[in-house]
Design a protein. Structure first.
Length: 391
């Protein structure tokens, strides 16, 4: 993914003026040209905030005629829609960017019921792809299915996520896909921040009203309030750096200039009003923290992201802090919780994060989402006014 493609993805992600279906579609259409290898890209939004997870806006972009005819029957229904809430949470929380073959094997080891599901599917016609992951012998398969995929997942601690799954014709060689995974990790972090911003949208207030700092087209502060008053100079510098991200840069250089979160609190987003006025907004957008009362707010945020498969490096990028700070916060959290290992800490965090996700009724579904979303699929298992100048 080059700089131009990266900018296209980021601009699509931070669209606050479209409804949920159009937002998911925009992500799919901007990512598909980069991800697709001629075999198709599947996309869906998943809501884990109730015992019956819901899939919305499922779609396929690209792919062969044969795959277009069977992708729901051969992939979506048996491999995604049939999962319980706990199984789907483990699958989506495996890593922000992953290979399906690695995911099948790792989640099967951790979750016996998922392992049994994959074994049953292997016996029913998916053995070539699934057999190596769960110890089933390969048979003559009668199902059209691909043995691997590149998965880009934006899962927020609130329990809502979007997944983009690009089919691959063969299993990746061990150690042979790290570069590709790394290239999409920054994009996944931005998708998560953008999703969280949308979930927090208050339909009774415009984005301008919710911003703590507002900048005009020239990057000048025209309004600041709350915690933004003390940080407006730092945020002004961030706006200037972000504006230097151009299509001529590499993807990594674009991502270095356009951060997901600043000082662990604000996401920068562009809006344009009907009369053509354009603003850059600094909106509060810190991740929802795990319900672990022994920890500080920032420690809870780090543990929640760790529980969703983020590495220390990814957490640092997502929160806008240093990797060394993340390592310190992880160490403190382990000591306070009595976790003997990083795996123990992930288990603590995952339990607390997803338990809290079912208690977040105050979080709206999404910008412009209908009460009964078109294309929803239940799992079988259970123009604001011009800102005033404030100094």
């Amino acid at each position: 993914m080059d700089g131009r493609a990266t900018l296209d993805v980021l601009r699509a992600a931070y669209r606050l003026d479209v409804d949920e279906a159009a937002w998911v579609g925009g992500l799919a259409q901007t990512l598909a040209p980069t991800l697709d290898r001629g075999l198709g890209v599947q996309t869906f939004l998943c809501d884990l905030r109730s015992e019956q997870p819901e899939l919305r806006h499922t779609r396929l972009d690209g792919g062969t005629t044969a795959w277009s005819a069977v992708w729901r029957e051969n992939w979506l229904e048996p491999h995604i829609a049939s999962l319980s809430r706990d199984q789907l949470a483990q699958v989506l929380a495996f890593a922000p960017v992953s290979r399906a073959a690695d995911l099948w094997e790792a989640v099967s080891r951790a979750e016996p019921t998922y392992c049994e599901l994959l074994r049953r599917l292997a016996r029913e016609g998916w053995s070539s792809a699934l057999g190596p992951a769960v110890g089933e012998d390969a048979r003559t398969d009668d199902k059209l299915f691909y043995p691997d995929s590149l998965n880009v997942v934006a899962l927020d601690p609130s329990g809502v996520g979007v997944a983009i799954v690009a089919n691959r014709p063969e299993r990746a060689r061990p150690g042979g896909s790290e570069g590709e995974l790394e290239r999409f990790a920054g994009a996944a972090a931005h998708l998560t921040a953008a999703l969280r911003l949308r979930l927090r949208h208050d339909h009774s207030r415009s984005a301008l009203e919710r911003a703590e700092v507002v900048f005009d087209r020239k990057g000048r502060v025209v309004h600041a309030e709350g915690e933004g008053l003390a940080s407006r100079d730092a945020l002004s510098a961030a706006v200037s750096t972000r504006s230097s991200a151009s299509p001529d840069l590499s993807s990594n250089e674009v991502l270095a200039r356009w951060r997901t979160l600043h000082e662990g609190r604000w996401t920068l987003v562009d809006v344009e009003e009907a009369d053509g006025k354009a603003w850059t907004l600094a909106c509060p957008n810190a991740p929802r923290a795990a319900r672990l009362e022994q920890l500080t707010q920032r420690e809870r945020e780090v543990v929640a992201l760790l529980a969703l498969g983020r590495s220390n490096k990814a957490i640092a990028y997502e929160l806008g802090i240093s990797s060394s700070t993340v390592a310190t916060l992880v160490a403190r959290a382990r000591w306070k919780l009595g976790a003997k290992s990083a795996a123990d800490l992930v288990r603590f965090g995952r339990s607390a994060t997803f338990a809290a996700a079912t208690e977040t009724a105050e979080i709206p579904v999404a910008v412009g989402a209908p009460s009964e979303p078109n294309g929803g699929l239940r799992s079988r298992r259970r123009s604001g006014e011009r800102p005033r100048v404030s100094r």
